[in-house]
Design a protein around this ligand. Sequence first.
Ligand code: XMP
Length: 516
Amino acid sequence: MTDEYGYDTVLVVDFGAQYAQLIARRVREAHVYSEIVSRRMPVAEMLERKPKAIIFSGGPSSVYADGAPTIDPAIYDAGVPILGICYGGQLMARDLGGEVAHTGSGEYGRAALAVSSGVSTLLFSDLPVEQEVWMSHGDSIVAAPPGFITTATTSGTPSAAFENRERSLFGVQFHPEVAHSPFGQDLLKRFLYEAAGCRPTWTNTSIIEQQVDAIRAQVGDARVICGLSGGVDSAVAAALVHKAIGDQLTCVFVDTGLLRLNEAEQVEETFRAQFHIELIHVKAADRFLNALAGVTEPETKRKIIGELFIRIFEEAARDLDDAAYLVQGTLYPDIVESGGAENAVIKSHHNVGGLPEDMAFELVEPLRQLFKDEVRAVGEELGLPEDIVWRQPFPGPGLAVRIIGDITPERVKILQEADAVVIEEIKRAGLYREIWQSFAVLPAVRTVGVMGDDRTYAYPLIVRAVTSDDAMTADWARIPYDVLERIASRVINEVPGINRVAYDITSKPPGTIEWE
Ligand code: XMP
């Protein structure tokens, strides 16, 4: 498929740990399509994909450890340019007769790299001869394999980079994919463009063109349903499918009444008014609040909401009984993480948008090749508003897991208004995109305060803001005091029912991001 659109494919062979995804993202930032494959994939199968280049990722192992991952050495003779990074570089060095030593003095963190003088290097030509790089390794490449030249050293690694231009094989001990290696992306580009001859054709417009053709080919003239949640993934998936098949698409938006302030109106405005997409907007706040009345236990809340959501979606879909396809906003990391490559991490969060197994739809997954940043870029290209494209993640059960204790219409209203102030001030401070999630939580206690001459007895509000890469771990965001102070004074002045504001400074672990 990639050939037809003029894409070159780079395979990133995953040797474990967290490095492969980052490498694949960096390759795509250089506008070259990349895919992560397991190092267990037979080399013949890798070659069937006609890769223009192959990159070996880093990994947590020592090449000398029992059971350390290996690769069929036939790969080195396949005529495909290869770049080995960290563990991948050590493996290449060892496989081809170089020397990798347990020096006992690994390098972790920043290191000064010196490009060797008097050698002709493809990877470093045009790059500074002294540069900072990020290291994270125990073993060290002591000698490049025969036929290779060492092109750079650090104090801890005699052969920190080596290359054989005739065979187009390259190894580096450091991590060019991380931001702490300031020239790392330049080095990757030299490998991709100069060594491998890759063309920078993986762009937003070409992604959209390819997906539009693929969606049309998949669904023909059948009717397609897409569930909208208000979040970025389902929004971009819907916009993309709509571009491909226009009014064959019907979107279903179940408004649980537990969304952020004005979120439902914005979904209406964007999809119905701006995009002219046929939209079934099910206003189901009453049904959700009735079902949740008196329920305080977090998992019971989730279960009730999940089941009711499915029932309501089914009711809406029943009227579209000619629909044969269902759009899902599955992203590339979901595929990699559910066992697509090495080191599967399977997330346990079930999404409220999860649909019953007995609904007979074929799935349309137009984002399954994309990373989150690519999804956002495609969304912008398609003309979706910034508010949707850059929206922070939001849990499927919505505000229900941020209202501790009883969920009543009054308490939902208090939290929506207070949450809107938090988001507004975080945006005003220019922090919204760099913070993973920022929101408000309404606990089930009341505290005493004083306003004017009156004693108040009202709810406190908890402000929660975290930085994170993937929600698996998170740290509390170091928000400037003056931003916190503006949030606190505005919430107390503008939101009746709140008389105190606290900031949650718990990281994950041991806390979770949400309070329930
Ligand atoms: P926790 O609270 O477990 O959250 O640290 C991790 C990420 O998952 C989101 N979250 C959920 N998402 N259904 C969802 O679709 C849920 O039940 C759910 N609970 C938490 C949370 O917002 C964070 O991004």
